[in-house]
Ligand binder design. Structure first.
Ligand code: BES
Ligand code: ZN
Length: 871
């Protein structure tokens, strides 16, 4: 395991010279798409040297000079190493030990790759093309904007100046200190000096902006919070700007340290590679992750905004104040921010069922990926920062957050947070490792935390508990869980520490934490039904025998206290996954579903719809099973369709609105006649009369579009495209893009493909289109063909992206079950450079294997079950 700072395999700069302060002046040219830069870096030379190595990327150095007191040393040679992204400055005499100032004058490119200092384009209210400039530096792109020691441990302070046209706004991490005029039409904006921090958290933005503002009320030093937008959009920042001070106050309290900067700006950027970025004091977002309009937005964006804001604000402490020592520990940053962000959203919106949602979303996402051989341990050595693309995934985020939740349950949330406070205090304005966190938690709890966490973070995979009952005894045995269900002895060597969470607790289990530390355990069969993994607090699957499933199912249908919302959701998640992997028969899952007739929560329905829908999607080539499963789904949702209808009553609670959407979407996909007819009727009114726009509430619009596109043709596509092109808001465009992929006719599918890579769709938004296409049985294979045919273009377009290229490969293949495709995919990539998305590719192929095995194993049995149950 790579934990030592001195790991010889890491691609790092020599340590003979260290920076302490940067004075950086950037002059963008927004017409030529270039910028000039001048940086003065205060350095400490630890050993006399003739060379200085520094990170740069796509920068052209004009000159480099070192000043030591009165003496100056011009660099006589600068050599660029493209692979290591470094420039070496060579001097003709030795630079003595001590402090010095390194001056570099250079130029760079204001690129359109969403990395480094880049430009983002948009149209103003009059339709004129405009651009703004903004930065994205994590993980290693600060070097595209200024020569620097671009490593998280090389912390320094920064004084930033931007030289920009007078009429533009300029923002950076810190508040403006002063503005000086260069010429009547040009000004220099000087920002206050930052605290000591890492380069990847530096940010600035230049453009025409407006903002809404709020101020914290509970902090000793009030913090001004602004949400910046392009002109005309600021009102959509209201929701974010209202919750921001509350979240800052909440984190200041639970982290035991107030937010340390005087201001916090957040800005919506029209082109953005990911969801958001936690730059200290200037957080950047994809527009739909920050802006929300109560009147026109689909309600689900509200939750997305809240959770994204909470996540990024969590990083202001966990990541920014205390920073990972090296990229190996990215999981700690991201897993923790995901967990504590959820804690904050639950605190602010207790009516949203945030934790149960976390169980069906994050926990399942993490487990699903970790059930593949192509997964990786949470803690994984990242020697070359370029490998970071590969760990920007559901293991670092979702499994990471899930094991943190498990640990916080194990220690109790109060003790856990006390440990976090200890950790933050000890390492503030510095760097730390995963082991440092375990040490702080161990000191606080007096329990050896690393002993508990070892198997969860250092070992690949997770366990399944095989439960059997015989002669009044329950036996549980843990084994590695693989979706391919082909565990070999060498895969199965780990004994996890599993918090069993058996409820009601059997008398023979004395440990209050019920931690299974051995391969197996036995206890007496309890009187009535019992469950494992209470509240779904642990990260494992439970494989109950059919009799036990039936008993718990009965408890579900009777509304028993034994099974709360999290338990009901967890049961569906486990049994459906175990069916897919072949640990249990798929009919056991379908039998279980029948017990959920009285279910009325959004969270459980979302999962039920997903898992039942997955069967019809993956078995799409078997007409008998496919049709039978659609029938099963129509039957499943029928009474809910009638109960919920299409109208959104004024003041209805959030979860009911979400529930209506899942039910109608499921009904529509399954061809529920009344639902399809109503969707068509409302759509016809919606497109013919703008005054009746409210006939399709924003929260149901995507579903209605999807239904009419999948059951209609050319004409419906024209209307949805028109909606897309004319939609004034980015979230409305997203809604249309997500629906477009549902067209069924080959020529319309081809048209959607062309649209996806046209000028009309921002490169960041391709995933929305692929998402619809991948869940459309008629479109998956053509979409894979489309990706292949345009591969060079995709590879070039997304070469700097964190994950988009991998997703372009993975998405079209997720629900395909044709084993022959495996060979084809392998052959296609055989002569291509796959290093930036190798994991995504392996995962796609393994997913195909799992799907095709499921179909061959179960198609007969499922057909029989459907016939016997009259579907
Ligand atoms: N720090 C990340 C973004 C990031 C990670 C950039 C790794 C470069 C390398 C940011 O905090 C983040 O996690 N963003 C998420 C959204 C969040 C709500 C989960 C994203 O962009 O998907
Ligand atoms: Zn994050």
């Amino acid at each position: 395991m790579c934990k030592t700072p001195g790991n010889p395999n890491r691609v790092v700069l020599p340590t003979n010279v260290k920076p302490s302060h940067y004075t950086l002046t950037i002059t963008p040219d927004l017409k030529e798409y270039t910028f000039r830069g001048y940086v003065e870096i205060d350095i400490d030379i630890h050993e006399a040297t003739k060379t200085i190595q520094i990170n740069t990327k796509e920068l052209t150095l004009v000159y480099g000079r070192v000043d030591i007191g009165e003496a100056t040393y011009e660099a006589i040679e600068t050599t660029f190493d493209e692979d290591r992204e470094t420039t070496t400055l060579t001097f003709d005499s030795e630079l003595p030990k001590g402090t010095a100032v390194l001056n570099i004058n250079y130029t760079g490119i204001l690129n359109d790759k969403m990395a480094g200092f880049y430009r983002s384009s948009y149209k103003d209210a009059d339709g004129n093309a405009k651009i703004m400039g903004v930065t994205q530096f994590e993980a290693t792109e600060a070097r595209r904007a200024f020569p620097c020691w671009d490593e998280p441990s090389a912390k320094a302070t920064f004084s930033i100046k931007l030289v920009v046209p007078t009429e533009l706004d300029a923002l950076s991490n810190m508040p403006v200190e002063e503005i000086t005029m260069v010429e009547p039409e040009e000004k220099t904006v000087h920002f206050q000096k930052t605290p000591i921090m890492s380069t990847y958290l530096i940010a600035w933005a230049v453009g025409e902006f407006e903002y809404v503002e709020s101020v914290t009320t509970k902090l000793e030093n009030p913090v001004t919070c602004r949400v910046y937008t392009l002109p005309g959009l600021k009102e959509q920042g209201r929701f974010a700007v209202e919750i921001t001070p509350k979240i800052l106050e909440y984190f200041s309290e639970i982290f035991g340290t107030a937010y340390p900067l005087p201001k916090l700006d957040q800005i919506a950027v029209p082109d953005f590679d990911m969801g958001a970025m936690e730059n200290w004091g200037l957080v950047t977002y994809r527009t739909v992750a920050l802006l929300f309009d109560e009147k026109t937005s689909d309600l689900r964006f509200k939750e997305q905004v809240a959770s994204t804001v909470a996540h990024e604000l969590a990083h202001q402490w966990f990541g920014n104040l205390v920073t990972m020592e090296w990229w190996d520990h990215l999981w700690l940053n991201e897993g923790f921010a995901t967990w504590v962000g959820t804690l904050a959203v639950d605190h602010l919106f207790p009516e949203w069922d945030t934790w149960p949602t976390f169980i069906v979303a994050d926990v399942q996402r993490g487990i699903a990926l970790d059930s593949l051989r192509s997964s990786h341990p949470i803690e994984v050595p990242v020697n070359d920062p370029h490998e970071i693309h590969q760990i920007f995934d559901a293991i670092s985020y979702s499994k990471g957050a899930s094991v943190i939740r498990m640990l916080s349950n194990w220690l109790t949330v109060d003790v856990f947070l006390a440990g976090i406070r200890r950790y933050l205090k000890k390492h503030e304005y510095s760097n730390a490792t995963t082991d440092d966190l375990w040490a702080a938690l161990s000191e606080e709890s007096k329990i050896d935390v690393s002993e508990f966490m070892k198997t969860w973070t250092r070992v690949i995979g997770l366990p399944v508990l095989d439960v059997t009952e015989a002669d009044g005894v329950v036996s549980v045995e843990q084994h590695r869980y693989l979706s391919t269900n082909d565990v070999k002895a060498e895969d199965d060597e780990t004994i996890w520490w599993v918090p069993l969470g058996v409820h009601p607790k059997p008398a023979s289990i004395a440990d209050p934490n019920q931690t299974l530390k051995t391969r197996s355990l036995k206890f007496e069969v309890p009187e009535g039904p019992y469950i494992f993994n209470k509240n779904y607090g642990g990260v494992f699957r439970t494989n109950y025998p059919p009799a036990a499933i039936a008993r718990i199912g009965k408890a579900v249908s009777e509304g028993s206290d034994l099974v709360n919302l999290s338990d009901r959701a967890g049961l569906v998640a486990d049994i459906s996954s175990l069916a897919k992997s072949g640990h249990t028969a798929t009919k056991n899952f379908l039998d279980l579903v029948q017990y959920y007739k009285n279910e009325d929560t959004y969270v459980v329905w979302e999962l039920l719809a997903q898992r039942v829908g997955e069967i019809s999607a993956i078995f799409a080539d078997n007409e008998r099973v496919h049709q039978g499963m659609l029938h099963f789904q129509r039957n499943l949702v029928d009474s809910m369709v009638q109960k919920l209808g299409w109208e959104f009553p004024e003041g209805e609670n959030y979860l009911t609105s979400r529930l209506r959407n899942v039910i109608l979407r499921t009904a529509g996909r399954a061809g529920h006649e009344a639902t399809v007819a109503e969707a068509k009727r409302r759509f016809a009114i919606f497109v013919s009369d703008p005054a009746q726009e409210s006939i399709l509430h924003p929260s149901i619009r995507q579903t209605a579009f999807e239904i009419v596109l999948s059951r209609g043709g050319e004409e419906e596509l024209r209307h949805v495209l028109k909606y897309f092109h004319e939609a004034p808001k980015q979230d409305q465009q997203v809604v249309a893009l997500l629906a477009l992929g549902h067209v069924r006719q080959p020529e319309l599918i081809a048209e959607v493909h062309s649209l996806a890579i046209s000028e009309s769709v921002r490169p960041q938004d391709i995933l929305y289109v692929l998402n619809g296409l991948s869940s459309n049985p008629k479109a998956r294979i053509p979409t894979w063909e489309f990706v292949k045919a345009n591969w060079e273009m995709f590879a070039e377009r997304y070469k700097s992206s964190m994950g988009l290229l991998g997703s372009c490969v993975k998405f079209p293949l997720t629900q395909v079950s044709d084993a022959a495709l495996i060979k084809e995919v392998n052959e296609f990539f055989a002569d291509k450079d796959t290093k930036n998305f190798q994991r995504a590719l392996d995962q796609a192929i393994e997913g195909l294997t799992v799907n095709s095995a499921w179909v061959s194993r179960e198609q007969e049995g499922l057909g029989e079950w459907l016939t016997a149950n009259k579907y």
